[in-house]
Every structure is written in structure tokens, then in C-alpha cells.
Ligand binder design. Structure first.
Ligand code: LP5
Ligand code: MN
Length: 260
């Protein structure tokens, strides 16, 4: 199991899904990054930072304006505090070239964080949605190294088309999928905690921010779910993060505070 020791105030956010048509979400996230630079000692972005990532080259060679602005903010943050990037199910193709260009570091998850609040298991969370067999099949395929190499060797335009097709298919299948199977499986969570030796888990992906208390073999454990970010959809704004320090772990879900 991967391990990382982080002292001081560690902030964690995920599921921002940065893309071309979400200016208000991008603005709120910039406000959050500014706060993190001022108040955190390290920042972990725990997956699905981007809406769909088709390879580092498209970002580094000639990024569209929205992406260039996002990369600048991330680079500014990484130069102020250590910035760790965890891959999610939308941006599992983020690579070393991107991390280096941002002065950030990739963080392979699941990972045990050794923090001032104690040991914490951290993961994006999609790996725990084990009842979603169609997704887990898709995940096994797209996480296969040779499949990724073949995909990354394709012309950028074709990669973008495949990603758009996968996004469309995902939106379509989600409409009919029972909500329950798109959440984490309790047995998978319990086993992950047992395997890690932790009694605290932080993950994102499900877009169901909450703090859950569970019994793990007679001991109390807690599962923190990170908020997703959505300021453009017309619905009530969603956003937030988790703060870890010697005083404990806090889930911040007040979207307005991301902008202050
Ligand atoms: O992402 P979201 O929140 O909508 O739903 C996820 C699961 N879906 C996915 C798919 C992603 O959205 C696709 C992102 C593409 C990134 C670029 C890489 C492109 C290919 C790389 C090849 C190496 O993660 C969804 C879960 C849901 O979370 C809740 O947990 O249910 O899972 C599914 O929808 C599973 C579907 O059955 C499979 C979806 C993709 C279908 C593949 C078609 C690819 C087109 C090929 C054309 C040649
Ligand atoms: Mn996700």
C-alpha cells in the first residue's frame, strides 16, 4: 500500500470536472485554490479534476484558453504549497509530463496518508463501486497499460472523439442505472480499511458529500465523502473540500466559502 507522510494543514478536494463550459465552477475553484495557498500546508486534488483527460500532450502543446487558465492556477498553487494529483475515472490519463509542467506530483491511490490527524486511507472512490459491474469492466480495460499506450498513440482528434463518446455513453447509462450501484459497496469499503490498517477513509467520485460512521470489526471507523463542484448548472451551487490537521478532520461544503 502506497504511503505518504504530510504534516500541518492538508486540504483535499475532488470532482471539480474542469472543462470548456463551466466558467462559474472554474471561478469558484480558483477562489478555493487562492484560499488553499493562504491557509493550507499541502493540497491533494483527489481525482476528476478535469472532465475528461485524453493525454498530457493536448494540455502542454496548445491548450484551449479555459485549460491554460486552469493550468496556470494549478501551477501557481504548486509553487506555493506541495500539490498532489490523484487520478480519477475521468482523468486517469494524467501523466508525469503534466505533473512536471505544473511543478506538482502524481499520487498513486489508494494511499495511506500519515497526517497530524492520524492515518487516513485516501482514494478517488470509483474502485469501491463494485456493484457497478459494467463500470468495473470498463475500468479494468482502460487501466490496462497497453490499452492506454494504444490510445495515447492515436491522433488527438480521435482521442477527443472517443472520450466524447465514452462521456455520452456514461451519461446515458447513468440515467437508467439504480442509484445504489453507483455508490460505494460497504463490504469493499470495510475490506479496503482492513487492508490499509486505517479507520478513516476519504474519497470522492460519488458526489454524495457526507461523513459516515461505521462499525469495522467492533471498532468505529469513519468515511468522509468529498463534495463535487457544480456552479454552472443553474441548480443550487455545490462545492467544498476536506481540511485535515491536528484539530481533526473537517468537511467544508459551504459553496460560498470557496469564493471568499
Ligand atoms: O464519469 P461519470 O461520472 O459519468 O460516470 C462514471 C462511470 N463512467 C466512466 C466513463 C467516463 O465518464 C468516461 C471518461 C473518458 C475519459 C477519457 C478516456 C477515454 C478512453 C481511454 C482509453 C484508454 O467512468 C460510470 C459509473 C459512474 O461513474 C458511477 O460510478 O456508473 O460507468 C459507466 O457508465 C460504465 C459504462 O458502461 C461504460 C462507459 C464508457 C463506454 C465506453 C465507450 C468508449 C467508446 C469507444 C469508441 C471506439
Ligand atoms: Mn469520479
Amino acid at each position: 500500500m502506497n504511503k505518504l507522510s504530510l504534516q500541518g494543514a492538508v486540504w483535499v478536494a475532488s470532482d471539480i470536472h474542469l472543462g470548456a463550459a463551466i466558467p462559474e465552477t472554474a471561478r469558484a475553484f480558483q477562489g478555493f485554490l487562492d484560499q488553499a495557498r493562504r491557509h493550507a500546508d499541502a493540497l491533494i486534488l483527489c481525482g476528476d479534476i478535469f472532465d475528461a483527460w485524453v493525454g498530457d500532450d493536448h494540455a502542454l502543446r496548445n491548450p484551449p484558453d479555459w485549460l491554460a487558465a486552469a493550468l496556470d492556477e494549478l501551477r501557481t498553487t504548486a509553487r506555493a504549497i506541495p500539490l498532489w494529483l490523484v487520478r480519477g475515472n475521468r482523468d486517469f490519463l494524467m501523466g508525469r509530463a503534466l505533473a512536471d509542467a505544473l511543478s506538482a506530483r502524481l499520487l498513486d491511490a489508494p494511499v495511506v496518508l500519515d497526517t497530524d490527524a492520524g492515518p487516513i486511507l485516501l482514494a478517488h472512490g470509483d474502485e469501491y463501486c463494485t456493484d457497478d459491474h459494467a463500470y468495473q469492466r470498463f475500468r479494468r480495460i482502460v487501466r490496462t497499460p497497453w490499452v492506454q499506450q494504444v490510445f495515447l498513440a492515436l491522433p488527438l482528434g480521435l482521442r477527443r472523439a472517443i472520450a466524447a463518446r465514452a462521456r455520452a455513453r456514461s451519461r446515458q447509462t447513468r440515467r437508467t442505472k439504480p442509484m445504489a450501484i453507483m455508490d460505494v459497496n460497504p463490504a469493499a469499503i470495510a475490506q479496503a480499511l482492513r487492508d490499509s490498517g486505517c479507520h478513516i477513509l476519504i474519497h470522492g467520485h460519488t458526489h454524495r458529500p457526507a461523513i459516515h460512521t461505521l462499525d469495522l470489526d467492533g471498532r468505529t471507523a469513519q468515511r468522509y465523502v468529498l463534495p463535487d463542484w457544480e456552479y454552472d448548472g443553474g441548480a443550487p451551487p455545490r462545492g467544498g473540500w476536506i481540511e485535515i490537521d491536528a484539530a481533526g478532520i473537517r468537511l467544508v461544503t459551504d459553496p460560498e466559502s470557496a469564493q471568499s
